[in-house]
Ligand binder design. Structure first.
Ligand code: SDX
Length: 393
């Protein structure tokens, strides 16, 4: 008889549900590791393409492996016609994360091979590469359609981040901006069992397809407590751009019991290691403009941390979304596309986790995720409550 562990209403915090070799977080020391490599080294020496390879295959690629991987991604950036035709029919004011979640299953309809009942690692890897290649195209093509601009073909001469900005904005980004976005993609690529990754793994534990897993992950990421927070942070910064008393606004938010977007983390309790990179990037990018997002952010952070400290909540600190939002804004990324940009990166991590889940043990037979609930509903005994016919109700 299996032991029942009661951890109700904890959001599964502190519950270990599987072994994983993909990433590691130390929430007390502020450490993030992908396949053994510190995020600081990957930001300093790697690229998103190399990091995606590392997440998917588990090792740093040789030059030949990286070149072959990159060429495969470039070859799969173009969207199938039926996806674009479908997009053209969708309401232009649809939420971009809904568009993204609706589009991924469409991509699965053109798989050139059916995934059999037994997951095939080679096919899963090919489909993963296809999703890493195509999510940026889905976001960019949707934006061009919704703004009535011509759809732009991928440019094989451009690297991943640069090609996304080209397809989105219609102009080739300067090397520095493309390099900065590539670093953002590295920083967001994986994060152990965050809500969207857990959703993906739970879905594919039923032997559902990789596309079903990624589509579920997109749904989870869209929530404001998760990936949706970066969009909310930018909306907050824009709202406060001309607010004379930011401190008062922050106090009002917290007094009303509203969550301050971009603050706090379920695991990091001494600081999110990704924030420092993004804050530095944001300040550097801002030197080229006259905006004041860093100054506004600093005032929000200072006021919030002081108020949290008064409540004894000293572990609520800025998270990745607090710092990424102004950076994406300064790159010309529309506010409502910031969560999709998060997805463009995290799809590499989701696919790595899905493959790990599908081959969870040597026999490749994953354990179906099936937690329990504490029943607190009406109960009249094992024979059930007496059914009351409609005419006597
Ligand atoms: C991401 O999991 C990941 O790894 C996610 C992510 C990734 O890379 O995948 O890092 C990306 O999702 C970052 C988080 C983005 N979300 C937000 O910025 C939304 C705002 N933040 C919160 O909702 C909150 O901080 C969470 C959900 C992120 C984390 O919550 P916790 O720390 O697990 O704990 P909790 O929600 O139970 O809150 C504990 C207390 C509560 O107060 P009490 O009810 O005990 O009085 O802290 C308070 C909360 O109200 N609190 C906040 C707050 N965060 C926590 N109060 C106001 N504003 C906040 N932001």
């Amino acid at each position: 008889m299996r032991e029942t562990v009661r951890l109700k209403n904890t959001g599964l915090r502190g519950v270990t549900v599987a072994d994983s070799a993909i990433s590691f977080i130390d929430g007390e020391k502020g450490i993030l590791i992908y396949r053994g490599y510190r995020i600081e080294d990957l930001v300093a020496y790697s690229t998103f393409m190399e990091t995606s390879y590392l997440l998917l295959f588990g090792t740093l690629p040789t030059p030949e492996q990286l070149d072959s991987f990159t060429q495969q991604v470039k070859a799969m950036r173009t969207l199938p016609g039926h996806v674009i035709d479908s997009m053209r029919l969708w309401p232009k004011n649809a939420r971009p994360m809904d568009i993204l979640q609706a589009s991924v299953p469409l991509l699965s309809m053109t798989k050139d091979r059916e995934e059999g009942d037994e997951p095939d690692r080679r096919i899963c890897l090919e489909c993963s590469i296809g999703l890493i290649a195509r999510l940026p195209s889905l976001v960019a093509v949707w934006h061009r359609i919704r703004t009535g601009q011509p759809i732009l073909e991928p440019d094989p001469n451009l690297d991943h981040a640069a090609n996304f900005l080209w397809m989105l904005q219609g102009k080739k980004p300067d090397t520095a901006t493309a390099g900065d976005l590539d670093i953002c993609l590295i920083l967001h690529a994986d994060h152990t069992f965050n809500a969207s990754t857990f959703a993906a793994r739970e879905v594919v534990s039923t032997r559902a397809s990789l596309y079903a897993g990624v589509s579920a992950a997109l749904g989870a990421l869209s929530g404001n407590l998760h990936g949706g927070a970066n969009t909310k942070v930018m909306e907050m910064l824009i709202k406060l751009e001309n607010e004379p008393d930011i401190e008062q606004w922050v106090a009002g938010q917290l007094r009303r019991g509203d969550r301050l977007m971009g603050m706090g983390h379920a695991i990091y309790k001494t600081g999110d290691p990704r924030v420092a990179f993004l804050k530095t990037m944001g300040k550097r990018l801002e030197k080229q403009t006259v905006t004041k997002w860093a100054a506004i952010s600093e005032r929000i952070e200072k006021a919030a941390l002081a108020l949290f400290a008064e409540q004894g909540k000293t572990t609520i600190l800025p998270n990745v979304d607090f710092a990424s939002a102004p950076v994406y804004h300064l790159m010309g990324i529309p506010t409502d596309l910031m969560t999709p940009v998060f997805a463009i990166s995290r799809v590499a991590g989701w696919c790595a986790h899905i493959i790990e889940e599908q081959f969870a043990d040597a026999q490749g037979k994953p354990a179906l995720y099936r937690p329990q609930a504490q029943y607190v509903g009406e109960y009249c005994g094992p024979m059930g409550c007496e059914y009351v016919p409609m005419k006597t109700r």
